[in-house]
Design a protein around this ligand. Structure first.
Ligand code: PMT
Length: 407
């Protein structure tokens, strides 16, 4: 089942130029399966129409405390009654100030005050308004009260100025919302995650690599962060925006990935999930000049040497910590996976067969078989990589807690 299926989200849209981006947020959440009930402030409706919000959310949108939709007139109570989460996006300096003061002078603020569940605020405003000490004081107060923020980003603003104040990307708001709703089963753990491919240079312009895009590793990273873990992400060259909240170590070669991973492993990680497609071999010598093609050179032979194995080295220094490997196979996946698991000594091995449709490199989905060191094996149906990652976190939490108890 999708994470967002059966989740009830209340969204309050307040009055700034970024109000139009609430449309994208509503569409994204609904596409993921959530129900979204929208409420707009009067000033939000100066920027975007009620009809747009209604069409996208599939429900009536109210903005006036004294023109209720509910028969008993208690819209501010009913709006969020069954809500799993209340999101305020975009949130203006004005609504943030009112929230910090506990003011309730319209439908939006009475609704916020009457809500006792988790709240996520995504501010958007001019950078001087955002950086104003009054706004920062209000934000600090709300954070102290347990309200979560997804801070605005820097960039060009609607007023033509450059600075901090742009509404966070919709994908980040959705990630932050998911994090808020995910039980913190990995709280107190620090996980090393490797992701993406490596580039093994032949000369200054060419390299040996593979088709890994980093998607699987990114899903694992997000799921671990959402489950409350600290994450050290060591990743090869990918075209993805780094996940918010992870300690990032971009690398290029397998040797660099090895060095960064070993440093992280020796600095207090309690577990490792190695999804990277690490180059097994690298050219024995790297040419300093571009290798030239010549008439005499119809064939080119190149000597390769083996790279250090991060997974095997980490697993050899486990000391009661949990190590999870991935295996990319092309046929006989389970037999080869079993052999790999024994050789590399990991606690869990996630096997994906690259020959299977919609699995492996570059896809948003994966069909995996999980080998446990207890001998148990489970094959999961085709799932989104995000869902594979979420299910895996449950397995890892169980293992980490078992190790803790036995330790
Ligand atoms: O990035 P995507 O496009 O989303 O694709 C995802 C994926 C297919 C790359 C991913 O799901 C996957 O299978 N990752 C492992 C790829 C791999 O290199 O498998 P392997 O069977 O060669 O290696 C086994 C394990 O040893 C892996 O955990 C790997 O990270 C690790 N390893 C391998 C070689 C090496 N020198 N050091 C390592 O740590």
């Amino acid at each position: 089942m999708k994470f967002w299926a059966k989740k009830n989200i209340s969204l309050i849209v307040s009055g700034g130029i970024a109000a139009y981006r609430a449309c994208d947020l509503i569409r994204t959440l609904r596409r993921e399966g959530a129900d979204v009930a929208v409420l707009a402030t009067k000033s939000a409706l100066e920027f975007i129409t009620e009809l747009s919000l209604q069409a996208l959310s599939g429900a009536r949108v109210n903005s006036d405390l004294f023109t209720p939709i509910q028969a008993d007139g208690m819209d501010h109570i009913h709006q969020t009654k069954n809500s799993d989460l209340l999101i305020i996006a975009p949130a203006t300096a004005n609504i943030i100030a009112k929230m910090a003061m506990g003011l309730a002078d319209d439908l939006a603020t009475t609704t916020i005050l009457a809500y006792s569940g988790p709240i996520l605020v995504a501010p958007a405003m001019n950078s001087r308004m955002w950086l104003n000490s009054a706004t920062q004081r209000n934000v600090a107060q709300l954070k102290k009260d347990g309200v979560q923020f997804i801070d605005p980003q820097s960039g060009s603003l609607a007023c033509g100025e450059e600075g901090e104040g742009r509404l966070a990307p919709i994908a980040h708001i959705v990630d932050a919302a998911q994090a808020l709703l995910t039980p913190k089963i990995l709280k107190g753990h620090r996980l090393l995650i490797t992701a993406g491919p490596t580039h093994e240079a032949l000369d200054p312009v060419r390299f040996i690599s593979n088709h890994s895009t980093g998607k699987m590793g990114w899903s694992i990273c997000r799921a671990a962060l959402n489950a409350g873990a600290e994450v050290v992400l060591v990743y090869g060259p990918v075209n993805l925006e780094p996940p918010l909240g992870a300690e990032l170590h971009p690398v290029t070669s397998a040797q660099e990935m090895y060095d960064q991973s070993m440093t992280a492993w020796d600095k207090g990680c309690t577990g490792a999930i190695l999804t990277a497609a690490v180059g097994d071999y690298r050219p024995l010598t790297q040419q300093t000049d571009k290798i030239k093609k010549s008439q005499d050179n119809q064939q080119l032979t190149m000597e390769l040497t083996v790279n250090p194995d991060i997974l095997a080295t980490i697993a050899a220094k486990k000391d009661g910590r949990v190590v999870v490997g991935f295996a990319a196979e092309t046929g006989h996946a389970i037999e080869r996976g079993r052999e790999k698991m024994a050789r590399k000594n990991c606690d869990l091995l996630v096997i994906n067969d690259l020959l299977e449709a919609d699995s492996g490199f570059g896809t948003d989905t994966n069909r995996v078989t999980i080998l446990h060191n207890s001998g148990k094996e489970e094959t999961w149906p085709l799932l989104s990589k995000d869902m594979v990652a979420q299910k895996l976190m449950q397995n890892i939490a169980t293992l980490l807690n078992t190790v803790k108890k036995n330790g």
